[in-house]
Design a protein around this ligand. Structure first.
Ligand code: SF4
Length: 442
């Protein structure tokens, strides 16, 4: 892997400027000084990785940026990307005691980013035990946040970890699926490169999708960690959805982030109302679409996107069509699409179409964004690993599955949550693997 692979397309960078610029050194010092260093630190308690927030902020205030970054990395090896993508309004900053005094919460995410950016600028790597100081080899399937966190913790404690990724680049959704104005691809790859330099092996283009592939891994490694993430986006299940001009939200985000889609024009319709739908709708606007509709079959109150994401989309000029459902896609004139929709209303626990409410939207692009499906191919092959509703059944505190050699965490277990949840789960699984090995060797 080379982080030079993606240096950033200037055209895309210009359109997807970061939502929040970094703090200057002076602003960071002033902000750090505002922290009360609460003894019970509700900010730390609300972070799934339990970063020592007052501890790292205190180090910024005293000018010790390296010590601050190491404090963050100790809890969360993806501290740099989490500083950019975490929904801090509902996590650390949302629980800051400053709210109680009607004061602005401490800008924890920007302070965290400040410390992490300084650490990356130094070129340093977090300390790890000497390579192979433990006779323990673990394969981590999937190159996203859960596997990265698991592998880093194992490596830190002297085990060997190998990450197997089916795609050309590591980082999972951080690299392929997060809006560029939140986390740039180059920044995701920079973070993975630091983890690689800790002494972790990566194998790319490896598709573990059969019983024989799993058997080969079982022969080579002591344990297998499943950080598989989720599968492709769900299909709408309507006629015509395979037409040219239909591109799901994750395909759209990956395409513009990696230089395959540089412009959008005319009218774009996004179907869905989660955070990924919002990211896709905002992207379509920034790529040049004059009109972007976000179409959702339920109400504004039912949307799963965070409030701040909804507000952001409104500011970007996205228009919302509530209680409307797509029913078919037909070819329009000059490569356009005709999206037939119908108004729906709740009736007896379901959504029923309202008679004579059909409406056709003439659009240039249709973007389904109604959630990701479970990864079914590989998990069908897992022996003694229970799968329920498409999710791997694993103990949330340890990542243990029903098969003592398999651990799992992240989206393939929780059904799709935040990056920080995947990091926390991956690290907990690593600690459980280490404890299991120690108990076996005692
Ligand atoms: Fe500082 Fe707010 Fe955390 Fe208290 S709750 S330690 S003021 S960031």
């Amino acid at each position: 892997m080379s982080t030079a692979t993606i240096s950033g397309d200037p055209h895309i960078q210009a359109r997807f400027g970061e939502l929040k610029p970094p703090l200057t050194a002076q602003a960071a010092a002033i902000e750090a000084d505002r922290c009360l260093h609460c003894f019970d630190a509700p900010c730390t308690a609300s972070c799934p990785t339990h970063i020592d927030v007052p501890g790292f902020i205190k180090r910024i205030a005293s000018g010790n940026l390296r010590g601050s970054a190491l404090r963050i990395l100790d809890a969360n090896i993806l501290g740099a990307s989490c500083a950019r993508v975490c929904p801090v309004d509902v996590l650390c900053e949302g629980s800051c005691v400053m709210h109680r005094y009607n004061r602005k919460p401490i800008q924890i995410a920007l302070l965290q980013r400040h410390a992490m950016d300084a650490f990356y600028a130094s070129g340093e790597v977090p300390p790890a035990a000497p390579a192979a100081s433990r006779a323990l080899r673990v394969a981590c399937i999937g190159g996203g946040p859960a596997s990265l966190a698991c592998a880093a913790e194992l490596r830190r404690q002297g085990a060997q970890a190998t990450i197997l990724e089916r795609r050309a680049l590591p980082g999972g959704l951080n690299t392929y699926g997060v809006a560029e104005y939140k986390l740039r691809t180059a920044d995701s790859l920079r973070e993975v490169e630091m983890i690689r330099r800790m002494g972790i092996d990566f194998r790319f283009g490896v598709n573990v999708d059969s019983a024989s592939a799993l058997e080969a891994l079982e022969a080579e490694f002591d344990y297998i960690f499943l950080g598989l993430g989720l599968g492709a986006m769900q299909r709408l299940g309507i006629p015509g959805e395979d037409s040219d001009g239909v591109m799901n939200a994750l395909e759209l985000i990956a395409a513009y982030k990696h230089g395959h889609l540089r412009e959008a024009h005319g009218t774009v319709v996004v179907v869905g109302a989660g955070n990924t739908a919002i990211d896709a709708a905002n992207a379509a606007r920034r790529l040049g679409a004059s009109t972007v509709y976000l179409l959702y079959r339920r109400s504004e109150n039912d949307m799963s996107a965070f409030d701040f994401e909804y507000e952001h989309a409104k500011q970007e000029g996205v228009q919302f069509l509530w209680h409307r459902q797509p029913v078919a896609v037909r070819p329009g004139e000059r490569h356009r699409l005709l999206l037939d929709t119908v108004q729906v209303r709740p009736a007896e626990g379901k959504l029923a179409p309202i008679p004579d409410s059909q409406y056709t939207i003439d659009c240039d692009m249709l973007v389904p964004a109604i959630g990701q499906s479970p990864l079914t191919r590989l998990i069908q092959e897992l022996r003694h690993v229970e799968v329920r509703d498409g999710r791997i059944v694993a103990d949330l505190a340890t990542g243990r599955t029903g098969n003592p050699r398999y651990f799992a965490a992240g989206d393939c277990v929780n059904g799709g949550r935040e990056v920080v949840d995947a990091v926390a789960g991956g690290k907990r699984a690593a600690l459980a693997i280490l404890k299991t090995t120690e108990a076996a060797n005692a």
